[in-house]
Design a binder for this molecule. Sequence first.
Ligand code: LRH
Ligand code: MN
Ligand code: MN
Length: 424
Amino acid sequence: MILDKKIIDQHNNQLKDKHKRAFDYVSGDIAKVDEILDKLQKFQIAIPSWALGTGGTRFGRFSGAGEPGTLEQKLEDVGLLHALNKSSGAISLHIPWDIPSDAEKIKALASSLDIGFDAVNSNTFQDQAGQEHSYKFGSLHHVDPKVRQQAVDHNIEVINYGKAVGSKALTVWLADGSSFPGQLNFREAFQNTLSSLQEIYKHLPEDWKLFVEYKAFEPYFYSMTIGDWGQSLLLANKLGPKAYTLVDLGHHLPNANIEQIVSLLLMEGKLGGFHFNDSKYADDDLTAGSIKPYQLFLIFNELIEGMDVKGIDHASGLGWMIDASHNLKDPLVDLLQSVEAIKIAYAQALLVDRKALKQAQQANDIVKAQEILQDAFRTDVRPLVAEARLRSGAALNPVQLFNEGNLRSKLIEERGVNSVATGL
Ligand code: LRH
Ligand code: MN
Ligand code: MN
């Protein structure tokens, strides 16, 4: 580990007086501040293995240096993030990019870094070397049963890799769709997808979940076979109690009311989890909270409202994950910023005066309702999130410490300039 606990302590020592002033100022007006801090400390957000390297667009990719070239190095990167913020305690593997060939060794390394394994992801959107059938025209929805079977078998293989490392969920995101009217019979494509997923579901261990991720468009531009939450929920309902809908914030048509989708999925007990990111136009995969922080806050507001007294923590069973692509910034710094933004939105939503909001809603007092929400949203909760980190033994300012501690240079020293991560 390139980051010593002593360096974190030194960093915290330098910032502690300024932090204390800010924390005392904001916490003075908050009832039950310890309860909020406890929730913030418990809240963990998984890191996808494919976001640790530089992403690209279809026009090009500008690699960073010192990227993790092996699964072990990917785990080390997540371990580094977790040491910095104590909120990134899990990694999500994507097969075949991250095959754990020696699962016991990988598990031991993960536990030495205090990280677990979140959902495993299958990949039927790319053809792999030596693969018998092509996914050019889809996978689980394909017109040819042999292609469907190959994709089903891959998902079963992914479950097995997940079992070996201790994952408890499989996320299926399909690139299946069509780009031209007439290319597909929608109903047959849907039925094929359902029966393929039913096959996969049969192989799901008792204590596992199946997350069905939807996406409105791309890579196909006329229809996607699991294109929205309605299609995903339909599949999840037909599959059974272990199947859930997964919401990726970037996978909607512009201006979709994602917080409303979240509230209804939660009501139906079918919200499986999140892929957090942000976007201006489409599936931009930008840093969470960088474009629409109010939307992120409103989503957390619905989550807290729906889960009510239960409160949100990992034990509630939702899968929280980032799914972003880092084309310009250092991926590790970008991930620290995303985790921070998510925790800020969560902290703000915890401040909403729910009783007063309910009363305002009952009285059709729109002005009051807006005041209540925006009062919480406009509170500077950064000292609360920092205090939660401090109490967990992490850094008061992870991004600052990453930069001042020259952590990327240390990684480059270890791995070289040309090490490239597998992923998108
Ligand atoms: C698709 C997607 C999906 C993941 C990832 C690799 O847009 O966001 O959630 O599998 O790309
Ligand atoms: Mn996603
Ligand atoms: Mn996406």
